[in-house]
Design a protein around this ligand. Structure first.
Ligand SMILES: O=C(O)c1ccc2[nH]nc(Br)c2c1
Length: 162
């Protein structure tokens, strides 16, 4: 069983994430979408909402599980869950510059490899932050997020932070 993890805060998950996750599911037997919460950060959506949105949008894909991941080391989480690779989407060279040191550290800490997948060109500009900003100003983000996410973005009210 070759297991991979796609880590992130997914606040919210968007079509760029989904595209990378779907490709990862084609490369590994199982993909864990590991949703993180850093208690020093403020999130638009609660952890439960982020888990729910990811589970709803990924329900039709085989071999994908969505679960929360604690604040500890990702390398330790990978060791405990028998994960052999971390899968990350890359949108730019700055993504690569940011990810490379962590990939090297994770391999040195627990032998876990990091697989970089170039993001689909159509989504290369996307980030959860930009989507929230545009939606908050009344912009149409319907082609960038699944319906279940759009519904929650349009509901407007920020939810409890956790
Ligand atoms: O939404 C983000 O913040 C974010 C970050 C990093 C990312 N890499 N590849 C993708 Br698609 C991507 C999206």
């Amino acid at each position: 069983m070759r297991r991979a993890v796609c880590p992130g805060s997914f606040d919210p998950i968007h079509n760029g994430h989904l595209e990378v996750i779907a490709r990862a599911a084609g490369l590994f037997d199982e993909v864990i979408v590991a949703i993180s919460t850093n208690y020093a950060k403020k999130y638009r959506f609660s952890l439960d909402e982020r888990l729910e949105m990811a589970r709803e949008t990924l329900a039709s894909l085989k071999g994908i599980v969505v679960e929360p991941v604690g604040e500890g080391l990702l390398a330790e989480y990978c060791r405990q869950r028998g994960v052999s690779a971390i899968v990350k989407g890359l949108r730019s060279s700055s993504d690569f510059d940011y990810e490379l040191p962590m990939a090297t550290m994770n391999r040195q800490l627990s032998g876990v490899e990091t697989v970089f997948l170039p993001a689909e060109a159509h989504y290369i500009h996307l980030s959860s932050t930009l989507i929230k900003e545009v939606a908050g100003l009344g912009g149409n983000v319907s082609e960038y997020v699944p319906r279940s996410v759009l519904r929650r973005l349009l509901a407007g009210e920020p939810s409890a932070n956790q």
